[in-house]
Design a binder for this molecule. Structure first.
Ligand code: HAM
Length: 418
C-alpha cells in the first residue's frame, strides 16, 4: 500500500510546534484586545460569489487560486482565500452598522490558496487579521498600521520594512488605469507575456512583475500616487503625519500593488529580509467601497492580515517546545487498582493539577524511567499498603498515604504548569 501524505502545500503542525502557534495567538489577543479589537470567527467556506465580487474577478486569487467546489445541493462554495470579504459580509448580515462605530474586529485561522508551494508559501496557511469598519478617519489607518507594527515587534519579527502608498479613490483610479494601459500598450513588445495579456483587465499588476524587461518599462511608468486628488492627498498626508508623530518608520512606495481589488486610499505592507522571495509578512489597506459592494450601507473600512508562518520565519523560525507538562504519573499496583488510579487522576485534574495514569502495564522500575522521560513532576504508586508519592525533582518519597492525603500533598507541592 502506498503511504498516505498530507496534500501538497499543506503541513501538519506537530505538538512541539503548536506551542509557537499558541504563543502567537496569545500575543495577538493581548495586542489587539488591548487596542479594543474583538475576536470574530467566520466560516472556513463561503459562497463563491462573495470572493468573486469582493476580491475581484481579475485578481490572481479569484482567477486561479481558489479551492471551489459544489456541495450536494448544487451551491458553489469556496474555501476562504482571505478574511476581509467574509468579515464585511458578517458586518452587513448582522447589522453591525447599527453598533457604535468604528467596529473593531480581529480573527485568526486557516486560509486556502492554490499557489505553487515554496518556503513561506503554502496552500493552507494561517493569518491573523484585523478590520476596523465605519470610519474613514486617517487616524484609523494610522492605528491599523501602528497595531500591526506593535504585533510584529511583540512577536520578535526582524528585518522589517514598512512600505506605504495611497491608491486614491475609484474615479481617479479609473482615469489612471486608462493612462497606464495606454502607456503599457505602446510598449507591449517589451512586456512579459503575462503582463501584456492583462493590460486591459489589470494593468496595475505590471508593477509586481519580476521580469527584468517589464521592470525597466515600469521604472518610467506614470505613478498613481502622482494622480490622486486633493482629498486623497490630504488623507494620505494625515496618515503619514500620525505615523511620524508615533515614530513608525515607513517608505512611501508608489509601486506598491496589493493583490486584491477592494482597496482605495491607504495601502501598506511589511516585508522582512529574513524571508527571501516571499518577503511580505503582512499587509492591508483601506476598502471604502467593499461593504456597499456586498449589499450593505456605504461604510468605510481599513484592515490588514499577517501570515502566521511568515511571522514565525521573520522571528527566526519556530522554537520547538517539547515539554509535556506531564504532572503526576499514577501507577496502578495491579488491575484492581485501575479504577482507583483513574479516579485519582480525574480528581487531581479537577483541582487544576496535571495528571495521567500509566496505562501500558510497565513494571514500577520501567514506569519511573518513563516518568523521567516525559518530565513528570510526581509519581504516585498505588498498592495494598496505600499509595506512595515520589517527587521527581527532590527524590523525596512519602509512603502509606490514603487518596485524600495524596491529593492534599500534591496540592501543596503543585505539579508545574498544566
Ligand atoms: P494578502 O496580502 O493577500 O492580504 O495576505 C496577507 C498575508 O497573508 C500575506 O502578507 C502573507 O503573509 C500571508 N499569505 C498570503 N498568501 C499566503 C500563502 N500562500 N502562504 C503563506 N502565507 C500567505 C489579505 O489577505 C487581505 N485580506 C488583508 C487585508 C485585511 N486587507 C484589508 N484587511
Amino acid at each position: 500500500m502506498t503511504r498516505m501524505q498530507a496534500p501538497k502545500g499543506t503541513f501538519d503542525i506537530l505538538p512541539d510546534a503548536c506551542a509557537e502557534y499558541q504563543h502567537l495567538e496569545a500575543v495577538c489577543a493581548s495586542v489587539l484586545e488591548r487596542a479594543g479589537y474583538r475576536r470574530i470567527a467566520t466560516p472556513v467556506f463561503e459562497e463563491t460569489g462573495l470572493f468573486e465580487r469582493g476580491v475581484g474577478d481579475s485578481t490572481d486569487i479569484v482567477s486561479k487560486e481558489m479551492y471551489t467546489f459544489e456541495d450536494g445541493g448544487g451551491r458553489s462554495l469556496t474555501l476562504r482565500p482571505e478574511g476581509t470579504a467574509p468579515v464585511c459580509r458578517a458586518y452587513v448580515e448582522h447589522g453591525m452598522h447599527k453598533q457604535q462605530q468604528p467596529v473593531r474586529l480581529y480573527y485568526t485561522g486557516p486560509f486556502f490558496r492554490h499557489e505553487n508551494p515554496q518556503a513561506g508559501r503554502y496552500r493552507q496557511f494561517h493569518q491573523v487579521g484585523a478590520e476596523a469598519l465605519g470610519s474613514d478617519s486617517p487616524a484609523l489607518d494610522a492605528e491599523a498600521i501602528i497595531i500591526l507594527a506593535e504585533l510584529l515587534e511583540a512577536f520578535g519579527c526582524d528585518g522589517l520594512t514598512l512600505r506605504l502608498s495611497s491608491l486614491g479613490s475609484p474615479g481617479g483610479r479609473a482615469a489612471y488605469r486608462d493612462e497606464l494601459s495606454a502607456y503599457l500598450d505602446a510598449r507591449r513588445d517589451r512586456l512579459a507575456p503575462e503582463v501584456a495579456s492583462r493590460i486591459a483587465t489589470n494593468p496595475l499588476r505590471a508593477f509586481d512583475s519580476p521580469d527584468p524587461s517589464t521592470r525597466a518599462v515600469m521604472r518610467e511608468a506614470p505613478l498613481l500616487l502622482d494622480r490622486i486628488d486633493a482629498d486623497d492627498t490630504e488623507h494620505f498626508s494625515e496618515v503619514k503625519s500620525i505615523l511620524d508623530a508615533v515614530g513608525v518608520e515607513y517608505q512611501v512606495d508608489p509601486s506598491l500593488v496589493r493583490g486584491l481589488d477592494y482597496y482605495s486610499r491607504t495601502v501598506f505592507e511589511f516585508t522582512s529580509d529574513l524571508l527571501g522571495a516571499q518577503s511580505g509578512v503582512g499587509g492591508g489597506g483601506r476598502y471604502d467601497g467593499l461593504v456597499e459592494l456586498l449589499g450593505g450601507p456605504p461604510t468605510p473600512g481599513i484592515g490588514w492580515a499577517s501570515g502566521v508562518e511568515r511571522m514565525i520565519l521573520a522571528a527566526g523560525g519556530a522554537k520547538s517546545d517539547n515539554s509535556e507538562h506531564a504532572g503526576a504519573l499514577i501507577i496502578p499496583g495491579g488491575e484492581s487498582d485501575q479504577g482507583m488510579a483513574s479516579r485519582l487522576a480525574r480528581d487531581l485534574r479537577g483541582k487544576g493539577l496535571p495528571a495521567r495514569v500509566e496505562v501500558t502495564g510497565r513494571s514500577e522500575k520501567a514506569a519511573l524511567k518513563h516518568a523521567a522521560k516525559i518530565g513528570a513532576t510526581a509519581v504516585v504508586s498505588l498498592g495494598p499498603m496505600g499509595a506512595s508519592v515520589r517527587m521527581m525533582e527532590s527524590g523525596e518519597t512519602t509512603e502509606n498515604l490514603g487518596l485524600e492525603e495524596v491529593k492534599a500533598l500534591l496540592g501543596r507541592n503543585g505539579l508545574g504548569a498544566g
